[in-house]
Write a protein that binds this ligand. Structure first.
Ligand SMILES: Nc1ncnc2c1ncn2[C@@H]1O[C@H](COP(=O)(O)OP(=O)(O)OP(=O)(O)O)[C@@H](O)[C@H]1O
Ligand SMILES: [Mg+2]
Length: 472
């Protein structure tokens, strides 16, 4: 059943709307002020919110902002006094929102409902819901909202699996570029020669196999937002061309000297410090400064453990309902996580962050026979892929305040590889990073080769000075 939230401090208006929409088959929640409305929305994620603008506590604009941030699938209708119309228009941008001037004509309201629901469905198709209300996550969302209000380039620096892509999509969705395309390119997904053509396109005959001309991602993103994922992995040779494209918003396709102009916002992401990459000479300083116009960092899941329960329950509902796990339909409605399990999940370190938690819940739902999922689900992880992340505080006694992030990262890779017996693919899955990242880290930190794990090496923490050791 579709769920509606009505927020109005006028009791008569609330009752009239509630009765009308209940008759039309809606499940209706009502709130007498903005604060109650916010709490009810967070608990219910409604498909439609009808809200008065002026209310005690949080006003209708704040409620709309929260709804737009949390879920593209939710439509909002503001009921506003005549004097507030300019504010309402400004607040709505072009999302799945509408406003009606009070006194409200119900026929007009129903027409508006139909239209905004249709738009929300369109927008919601490829966007996910954002879960979490911990202070650290709220702060990150605030930065994203502020960035969305500008057209400046953004650099999101955060660990793997923390939601960088989700935040990039949110910025696009809340920005004036929302009607335009959102195009993503993972800079690690292509070898250097192909990456240039993926970014900037190529002319016919530019290289062997280039049978026709093709636009690159910079061109296809024009009018919208371009996400450059893992920009820190961009080969040095390509960086000057990227710098020019960012500065001038123009470039040449490969094998052509015809300049192409584009209108885009670039959002770049990285899961390791670009400043460190600059210091090591792997990343151009001028490119870093050009990308770093609005820096946003996202908290790792261990720094927002207060969100773990909500996230886990959200994923359980999502995977149970999707029918892609377990026996479809048989237990979708009654799958839930036991309190004890949730408490244990809250204690885990989650080095692979939200992605690792989502994968854990997906597996637990898949292996459950419906009903309550208990702490035994933690053992499935052990059987299937070695062991799940260590508990917080981490197993290694060396993790204490003052330890550098680099050293912590080294130990984490070492510990994880140790737990998988040197299996890098499994380590990548556990850590929520690409196989290539694991390979790079093994090289960077001089961690032992696969064979050494099988043969009972390395010592205890993987600290190793002899790089990839030859097989004995
Ligand atoms: N707050 C959140 N609410 C709901 N789902 C989330 C949230 N944060 C992350 N996820 C989910 O976790 C997964 C990882 O998120 P995302 O791909 O955005 O992370 P990332 O930082 O880009 O990871 P990587 O560095 O590995 O590319 C996705 O499936 C995403 O939908
Ligand atoms: Mg990503």
């Amino acid at each position: 059943m579709k769920r509606l939230l009505i927020a109005d401090d006028d009791a008569g208006m609330r009752a009239a709307l509630e009765a009308r929409f209940q008759r039309r088959g809606w499940l209706v929640d009502v709130a007498v002020n903005g604060t109650e409305a916010l709490a009810k929305f967070r608990a219910g994620l409604h498909s439609l919110v009808i809200t008065d603008v002026r209310m005690p506590g949080h006003d209708g604009f704040e409620l709309m902002r929260e709804v737009q941030t949390s879920s593209a699938r939710t439509a909002v209708i503001l009921l506003t006094a005549y004097g507030c119309v300019p504010d309402a228009v400004e607040a709505m941008r072009n999302g799945a929102c509408d406003y009606l001037v009070k006194p409200v004509c119900f026929e007009k309201l129903e027409l508006a409902v139909e239209q905004v629901l249709r738009r929300a469905e369109e927008f919601g198709k490829d966007t996910e819901t954002l879960i979490g209300h911990s202070p650290a996550w709220e702060q990150a969302l605030d930065c994203a909202r502020q960035a969305a209000a500008t057209d400046a380039d953004v650099l999101i620096e955060a660990e793997s699996g923390t939601g960088k892509e989700l935040i990039a999509r949110l910025i696009h969705r809340l920005s004036r570029r929302r009607p335009g395309p959102f195009v993503a390119l993972n800079c690690t997904a292509f070898p250097e020669t192909l990456l240039e053509s993926e970014l900037f396109g190529h002319a016919r005959g530019a290289f062997t196999g280039a049978v026709g001309a093709r636009p690159g991602k910079f061109e296809t993103a024009s009018g919208g937002t371009l996400l450059l994922d893992e920009v820190g992995e961009m080969p040095l040779a390509l960086q000057p061309k990227l710098l020019r494209a960012l500065q001038e918003r123009e470039f040449d396709r490969l094998g052509s000297n015809q300049t192409v102009h584009v209108d885009i916002r670039v959002i770049a992401t990285t899961n390791r410090s670009l400043e460190a990459a600059v210091a090591e000479g792997r990343f151009r300083a001028d490119l870093f400064y050009r990308l770093n116009v609005i820096p946003i960092s996202l908290p790792p899941l261990r720094d927002r453990a207060g969100d773990i329960a909500e996230l886990a329950e959200y994923f359980a509902g999502l995977y149970a309902a999707s029918g892609t796990c377990g026996s479809p339909g048989t237990h979708a409605a009654n799958v839930r996580l036991s309190q004890e399990l949730v408490a244990r999940l809250e204690e885990q370190a989650w080095p692979g962050n939200v992605r690792e938690l989502a994968n854990f819940v997906r597996r637990a739902v898949a292996l459950s026979r419906g009903g309550e999922i208990g702490v035994e689900a933690l053992d499935h992880g052990k059987t299937l892929r070695g062991k799940i992340s260590p508990l917080r505080p981490p197993a290694s006694p060396e993790w204490k305040p003052g330890l550098s992030l680099g050293e912590m990262e080294r130990q984490l890779f070492a510990m994880t590889l140790e737990s998988t017996g040197g299996n890098r693919a499994r380590a990548a899955e556990l850590l929520g990073v690409s196989l290539r990242t694991v390979r790079n880290k093994v090289r960077e930190f001089g961690l032992p080769s696969r064979d050494n794990y099988r043969n009972g090496l390395p010592g205890n923490d993987g600290r190793n000075n002899n790089k990839e050791q030859p097989c004995p």
